[in-house]
Structure formats: C-alpha cells, structure tokens
Ligand binder design. Structure first.
Ligand code: GCV
Length: 614
C-alpha cells in the first residue's frame, strides 16, 4: 500500500540523500548512483568545508560536480544541486548562504493529536497525550524540511495545554528521541512553553522578577538542554488571547522575556516571544481602541529593552493573517530588537487548504518592504498533518516548499520557486506546467476578489473562519470590525481617525494616509469611505465591490476549467477536483452574501445588471 507520505515534492528526489553525519564519500556515491539510475551520468563529490557553515558552493570541475559546505551546508548544497538538475537549471558556480539564520516551522500541534487550525489531518507526531509516530515518517519529515532548508521545528502549539507542559519535564526523554530523528537533517527542535509553568510546578508565583521563578526556569532549562543539547529554544505566547504572561505581575514583556532569556543563555538558546498581543475583550461600541494599533503601542516603547537572545516574533500584518493586510509597522520600527517575521502556511483565513491559495506572491510583497538587517528569523505556522496528502490540498505543499526557499533567499522570484515546485512535484507537458504556474500565481488574487477585496477584513464565519458572514465578528469582542452601515464602510485609520498610519515610516505613512494614493487593495483597511466614493479608475466604491466579487467568482470558474484540462497524476487530480468543487461553492457564496450585504445597506443596483439578491 502507498504510504501517506509518499508524495509531495520529495517523490523525485533520492530517498537516501545524505543526512548530516553521513560520510562525504558515501553521500557522493549515493548521489552518483541516483543519477546513474535515471540515465544521467553525473558524478558528485561532497567536500566538507566548515567555514561555509550552512552555506554551500557548487562547481563543475572536469565533469565532476563538487559541493562544498559545512555539515548542513553539504546537505543543502546536495539538495540545491539535485533540484537544479531536475528542474533544468544550471548550478555551476552557485554559491548560497541563508539570509535568515533561523528558518522555523511552528506547529500548532496539541498532544491529544489535534492541530489548532490544522486542515491536513491529525498531528504527525502526537496522539493520546504523548509522542506517537512512525520513525520512518519523521525521517521523511526531516528530509522534507532539509530539502527546503528549514532548520527549526517547534513541536507544539503556542497555546500550551496541560499535557504539553510536560514536554520540558517528564517527557524530555521522548522529546530527545524525536529530536534525534530530525538532527541528521539539520533540523533542531523548539518547544512552546507556558509562562505560568512555575505555578503548575508548585511555586506560588510566576513573577519574572522573583528569584525563585528565575531559579525554576534555570533548572528547567538545565534539564531540557541536558536532554536535547541542541534545543533551539523556547517559544512563548504570553498575555495573548487569555494565555498567562508577565502583565499579571505588573511586569513588562521585556522583563518577562529577559528572565527566560537569562535562564537559557548559557546553552545558546533563544526565547522567541510572540508579539501577537491585543485586547481580546474589546467592546464593539468602543471606536477609539483599534486592534491593529495594539502591538506597536505595547512593544515600540520597549525597543532596546530586550536581551540579545530574545527574538520578537511578529505576524506579517497587524491583525491576524487576513487575506490582505499592510506589513506590520513593528517589523519596520524595532531597530534595537531582534525580530522574526511570522507567516501562516495553515490557510486559516485563506481557504483552509480547500481553496487554492499560493502564497509566494504575497510574501514577496512583505519581503520587499522589510528591512533585511533587523530580521534574524522567519517562522511559519505549519500546514502539515497526517492526512493522505500531508498538506490537505496537494497544491498547498507549494507553500511549505516556498516558505523554506524564501526564508533562505527572500529575493527568489515567486515565479521561480513556484515553477521549481511544479517541476519537482509533477512531470507535466510544458503547456500544462505553464497553465498550472499561472493558475497558482494568480490564485491569491482570485481568492481575495471573491472574499475580501479592497482590504476588507473579518467578514468570515466566526470560529471556523471558512465562508462568509459579514457581521459574524462585527458585534464581538475581538476588535475585528468593518463598521459597514448605510453611509459607508471601513475604519478611518489616518491621523484624523485612530492614528494607525502614524506608526509607519514617513514614506508609507504618507502613501496610506491619503485615499488618493493608498493602494486600492488596502483602501478600506485604512479609510472609511462612502459607497459613492470615486475610485481612481472612475468606478464608485460600491460598483468596485460588486465588480470584484463577480470577477473573483468568474476567475474561480475559469480556474476550475484550467484544472480539469491538466494532465495531473492520480490521486492528485481527483483530490484537486473535489476541492475545486468546494472552492466554487465557496466563491459563489462569498459573492452573493457580500454583494447582498452591501446592496441592502446602500440600495444601489449593479451597473451591469447582474444578479444581486435582496
Ligand atoms: C494558536 C488566531 C487563531 C488562533 C491562534 C492565534 C495565535 O487567533 O485563530 O487559533 O492560536 O491566532 O496566533 O496565537
């Protein structure tokens, strides 16, 4: 029987690709044999050069491919070369080194086997409150991550539920065994910890300034690093969505994070501290509090206060992985703090691995704006699970692959990384490959238009976050409002409004401040406008809302036709077709619900006479 993990882009890569620790001679022989088996007489020589670290250098000398690098550099170099050869690209003279030292996959796996916001099945390594896995499956995972150059895996959810607290106590031997399986692939593990852990251990406080608390964390770190000497660090969600944190003791986030940082410093560990902090008990009547402002207001004044081994992990936008948000101003402003960018591969708000949503074009926009010098790490919420396709939709694997590639080299063009993934995953005739490439690259635009064009956020079904419900979060306590009424829609986030635009550096502030210069795609994120507002293209706002929803839905229908014509192998073809039928249903529902929602407010019919239900 076919294994559940016999797929993804690894299927065309050699199964015995050298893990770290394999001798260079063996690895060279394995690579040579792999290509000989494919009828290509390529010869390889791996030459360890510790000075190159994770980086690598590839040359072809007298017909022989030389790969030079440190331990994981050799591994990455081997993968780069194979991928170049399989995708028909020249690799001679290629030198490569990572832009970001930590390229982290954050799993939101719970120890009962469920995955928060997981759309690909249950956890690959937890079940029944403990580690439970097939070691071969974990090694496959290691290869998968190494091939994308991802070097850290956080094994548990940032919402640390009771059994997961044991990962740094009595379950340490199990964590160590799991880490040992991934180590040969250059992947280190990380653990999410609960800030109130000292309380569960019997202390009467978790106050970061208490000497007892520091001692507790030192002992915890000591045990953890003794069990897993290359543990990458601890990930912490504190004072966020009801999780405990330093605020309960009147302490700042810097004080909380620095105490933990002190406890792990001697082991070379880092504290990854999430900046996803806002008032999740807001009263919708309160129009002065504006959730996107929250993180900057809290953290910017603490810039410079964080220890050198604290990394502040910031979601790409100021809200929460909506279809389109501006880049978080924190990423542009914390000059004296180590930062990590957090992305979400799990398609919580972007189609849940049913609707096609390829992320590289979106990340490109973020990387283009982000200052390279201050960002030390990139993290992504995993989209993996134990379902037949590890990523739900077979095409969602692109997002995992591309995340690793762009975390290594954010200058890689979305077209290039998407094309590479297609070539590695499918042997398609050229026209089909090009159709799939275009389909994927446009998929975010399509999804955005039928769901949430113009920067509209939060019109989703509460809790599940799939499908439309324009008022689902409007009278709720999460700070998630669009404030549509009969006069207009959107929130004024300019200096005259909530002042959010003022958190940006001057050039962006000025761009966003004026609806005439603000990009259309963010218009209703930054501005409150009447329905008859004249857009730059001459259309009214309401007409543009209707047009985008109609156009998005039509584009989804065209996508379905393109998909039907592709010579995809089974079972990918069947799985993609089944999901496409659901995507079309979703697109039509979004179009009709949102258009009707606005039509009922403003009473303006569609200029082109298309059906809008009343
Ligand atoms: C892990 C959103 C999600 C939550 C998630 C949270 C976070 O609110 O809906 O499921 O919790 O973000 O990033 O911490």
């Amino acid at each position: 029987m076919k294994k559940d993990y016999d797929g993804l882009w690894l299927k065309r890569l050699p199964a015995a690709l050298p893990p770290c620790g394999t001798s260079a001679e063996t690895a060279s022989a394995e690579l040579t044999a792999f290509f000989a088996g494919r009828g290509a007489g390529e010869t390889f020589l791996l030459e360890p050069d510790e000075r190159l670290g994770e980086g690598c250098r590839i040359t072809k000398e007298a017909g022989v491919w030389h790969i030079r690098g440190g331990e994981s550099g050799l591994l990455y170099g081997a993968y780069d070369l194979i991928q170049a050869l399989l995708t028909g690209r020249d690799a001679d003279g290629l030198t490569s080194s990572p832009r970001y030292a930590l390229r982290m996959l954050n799993s939101w796996d719970n120890m009962d086997g469920s995955v928060e916001r997981g759309y690909s099945g249950r956890s690959l390594w937890f079940e029944g409150g403990r580690f439970e896995y097939d070691p071969e499956r974990v090694r496959y995972l290691g290869r998968l991550l190494a091939s994308a150059h991802i070097n850290v895996l956080c094994v548990n959810n940032v919402n640390v539920h009771a059994p997961a607290q044991r990962l740094v106590t009595d379950l340490l031997p199990d964590l160590a065994a799991f880490a040992a399986l991934l180590r040969p692939f250059g992947v280190r593990v990380m653990v999410s910890v609960d800030f109130s852990l000292p309380l569960s251990a019997g202390l009467d406080t978790a106050d970061p300034l208490s000497p007892d608390v520091l001692r507790f964390w030192r002992e915890t770190a000591d045990r953890a690093w003794r069990a897993v000497p290359d543990l990458a660090g601890f990930l912490v969600k504190a004072d966020s969505e009801h999780r405990p944190g330093p605020n309960a003791y009147g302490r700042s986030h810097a004080e909380g994070a620095n105490m933990l940082a002190q406890a792990v410093a001697s082991y070379g560990g880092v504290i990854v501290w999430r900046a996803f902090v806002y008032d999740c008990l807001q009263d919708w009547r309160d129009t002065r509090t504006d959730r996107p402002c929250a993180a900057y207001e809290l953290y910017q004044p603490q810039d410079g206060d964080f220890a050198g081994n604290v990394i502040l992990q910031v979601k790409n936008g100021p809200y929460d992985f909506q279809v389109r948000e501006p880049v978080s101003p924190l990423l542009l402003s914390m000059r004296k703090t180590c930062l990590a960018l957090e992305l979400q591969l799990a398609q919580e708000y972007t189609g849940q691995q049913i609707d096609i949503y390829a992320m590289p074009p979106m990340w490109r926009e973020i990387f283009e704006i982000m200052p390279a010098d201050r960002i030390r790490a990139v993290a992504a919420v995993s989209n993996l699970g134990r379902g037949y396709f590890w990523t739900g939709h077979p095409f969602a694997a692109l997002n995992l692959y591309a995340f690793g590639r762009l975390a290594w080299d954010p200058d890689t063009a979305p077209e290039r990384v998407t094309d590479d993934w297609i070539r590695l995953s499918y042997e398609l005739p050229d026209p089909d490959r090009e159709s799939l490439l275009r389909l994927l690259l446009d998929s975010r635009n399509v999804y955005e238009r039928y769901t949430a064009p113009l920067g509209l956020c939060w019109m989703v079904t509460p809790h599940t976050h799939y499908g439309p419900n324009p008022d689902g979060y409007e009278f709720d306590l999460w700070g998630t409002y669009h404030r549509a009424d009969r006069t207009g829609v959107g929130i004024d986030r300019t200096a005259r409004g909530t002042g959010y635009t003022e958190q940006y550096p001057e050039a962006l502030r000025a761009l966003y401040e004026d609806p005439q210069t603000c990009p259309d795609r963010l218009l209703l994120f930054f501005h409150r406008l009447p329905y008859d507002y004249r857009m730059r293209d001459g259309r009214t706002l309401i007409q543009r809302i209707y047009d985008d929803h109609f156009a998005g839905c039509e584009a989804a229908e065209a996508m379905a036709e393109t998909l039907k014509a592709l010579a995809l192998p089974e079972p990918d073809r069947r799985e993609a077709a089944e999901r496409m039928a659901l995507q079309l249903k979703n697109a039509r529902e979004w179009r009709d619900v949102i258009n009707t929602f606005f039509y009922r407010f403003c009473g303006v019919p569609d200029e082109r006479g298309r059906t809008i239900y009343s």
